[in-house]
Design a protein around this ligand. Structure first.
Ligand code: AMP
Ligand code: MG
Length: 524
């Protein structure tokens, strides 16, 4: 077994088995350009709080390999101990993990200071020229825990783990998850549950809320240090611009717009799009009460606690824009250094508004092009957006299954209705579907590619397998009985969401009746 920060090879069969000490040593916390070097205004260094008798619930072999870790190492008890945050030795002071401070707007209201209330950073791993920060979520209380216990329950940890990896394999930018470690330590939520720790993996965990924190406290030096860190590490091209901080806002705006288009195109609802849950890298982050829609409802609210429907499916792009507005506000003190004092304030506001407008000019075409691909339209024609919207309207009216409708659309023939049934049967109002299918066929007649080529292209963008709530629920129910095989199986299925996997056909089906009253809340 081998773990190396520099070699490409992941050798599972090697005799020189890598010890956990070597893995621990490869996690570097002291890089001069690491977030942790920003210092005490940004974070508190502290150990994880140990849990009793940790055990492996799940590991992502793909994430492990990306980090240069042999997945077989996960079977060793020392792996579970390590990623539970149980120290195998006293942490030397300079190796102590860290919890970072941020603030944010929650449900549209300024919430003040928040911070990593149950997550700690371990440091970074470099492999194949990529650097990733590792973070333990659920590893105990921190100075930012407020009333919380610093823990996460098994249920929500499995959901976050599976969704992170599923998103990645859908090709959507996201933080990733290496493993879930469980412990029978009891955790009080609505009922007593058991605890778990997810190891999250990301180039950076910086959120919009980190910027809002220093802005709201009038700490411009720290605000600038944070922005410089993000630019130097992740957006070095911004240094070329007249105003590097405005350029940063622009980059984040474009990435966020792309992310919103990605979510809309797979029927994903995040559930808690607070500004502290928005990544400065445009990644999906903080999976709580998320959901992939089954029957399409444009106004679906996946978070049971979101009584106003602020974060409904149809509002996500708008909320992404609103959150960017908060980020822009926080960056204002850094903007416009190139302007003379006289008139600077006005010019800065104009600049920021112009950059934020970039969200709209990016998002709409990004989603249109995704929808065109989902419909299998290789060429661009006037009216394509209307055709896509008409389908979504009919799906909404019929609560047609989001994933199956698009996936099965690939089966339609462009000449006749003989193969319509797999989609048509998802619509209660068959006539409404037939009317749309007529228009669709008319549009397809302008396409030069064959039905086969179109179907193949559609199957590369319309997933067959998504993390439906009932699938996650089944895996969680078994995991509570200490049977983790379903989590593993589901991860395997979701690792290839666009492939036909005949042995897993049932994972692509409509949710069963028992799943109709599943509810997901903020409690995690
Ligand atoms: P979330 O809704 O998970 O994004 O969390 C919002 C804020 O509450 C963040 O500052 C979290 O760290 C904190 N938080 C959530 N749950 C807990 C918990 N059980 N213990 C401590 N802090 C928590
Ligand atoms: Mg959060």
């Amino acid at each position: 077994m081998s773990f190396s920060r520099t070699s490409n090879a992941v050798r599972a069969d090697s005799a020189d088995a890598l010890s956990m000490e070597e893995l621990a040593a490869a996690i570097d916390i002291g890089r001069p350009d690491a977030f942790v070097q920003l210092g005490t205004a940004f974070l508190t260094r502290l150990p994880a709080v140990p849990v009793p008798d940790p055990y492996l619930v799940a590991v992502s072999a793909d994430a492990a390999q990306r980090l240069g870790i042999d997945p077989a190492l996960a079977r060793e008890p020392a792996f579970a101990e390590f990623f539970a945050g149980n120290p195998t030795r006293d942490w030397p002071a300079d190796q102590l993990p860290y919890a970072t401070v941020y603030s944010g707007h929650q449900f549209g209201v300024w919430a003040g200071q928040l911070g990593d209330g149950r997550a700690i950073g371990l440091g970074e791993v470099e492999h194949n020229g990529e650097r990733f920060e590792l973070q333990l979520k659920g590893a105990g209380r921190t100075p930012y825990s407020r009333m919380g216990d610093g823990r996460a329950v098994l249920r929500s940890s499995i959901r976050e783990f599976l969704c992170s990896e599923a998103m990645h394999h859908l090709g959507i930018p996201t933080t990733r998850a290496l493993c879930v470690i469980g412990s029978d330590l009891p955790i009080r939520r609505e009922t007593i549950e058991t605890s778990a720790i997810v190891t999250r993996v990301s180039p950076s965990f910086v959120r919009f809320g980190h910027f809002e924190h220093f802005y709201s406290n009038d700490r411009v030096d720290e605000l600038k240090a944070l922005a410089d860190h993000v630019i130097d590490r992740f957006y070095p091209q911004c240094r070329e611009a007249d105003d590097p901080y405005l350029a940063l806002l622009s980059e984040v705006t474009l990435r966020t717009a792309d992310l919103m288009a990605d979510w809309q195109a797979v029927g994903f609802c995040h559930g808690v799009m607070n500004t502290d849950n928005m990544s400065i890298l445009g990644l999906a982050i903080d999976y709580g009460p998320f959901g992939f829609m089954d029957g399409f409802n444009a106004h679906h609210v996946c978070n049971h606690s979101d009584t106003q429907g602020r974060y409904s499916y149809s509002r996500q792009p708008q909320v992404g824009y609103w959150n960017l507005f908060c980020l822009a506000q926080a960056l204002v003190p850094l903007f416009g250094a190139q302007y003379p004092e006289e008139g600077r304030a006005e010019r800065v506001i104009e600049d920021a508004q112009r950059v934020l407008e970039g969200f709209k000019t990016r998002f709409a075409p990004a989603l249109e092009s995704k929808m065109r691909a989902k419909l299998g339209l290789a060429e661009t024609r006037e009216g394509d957006d209307k055709l896509a919207n008409a389908l979504l309207e009919a799906m909404h009216a019929n609560r047609a299954d989001f994933t199956l409708t698009f996936r099965n659309l690939a089966k339609l023939s462009k000449t006749d209705a003989s193969n319509d049934a797999p989609v048509r049967d998802l619509f209660l109002d068959r006539a409404a579907f037939d009317a749309w299918a007529n228009d669709y066929r008319a549009r397809l007649s302008h396409e030069t590619q064959s039905d086969e080529a179109r179907a193949a292209a559609m199957n590369r963008v319309n997933p067959k397998y998504v993390l439906r709530n009932h699938l996650a629920e089944q895996a969680i129910r078994q995991a509570r009985e200490k049977d983790f095989s379903e989590v593993e199986r589901l991860l395997r299925v979701l690792t290839h969401p666009f492939d036909e996997q005949p042995e897993f056909e049932s994972y692509a089906g409509l949710p069963p009746d028992w799943a109709s009253d599943l509810e997901v809340s903020c409690s995690s």
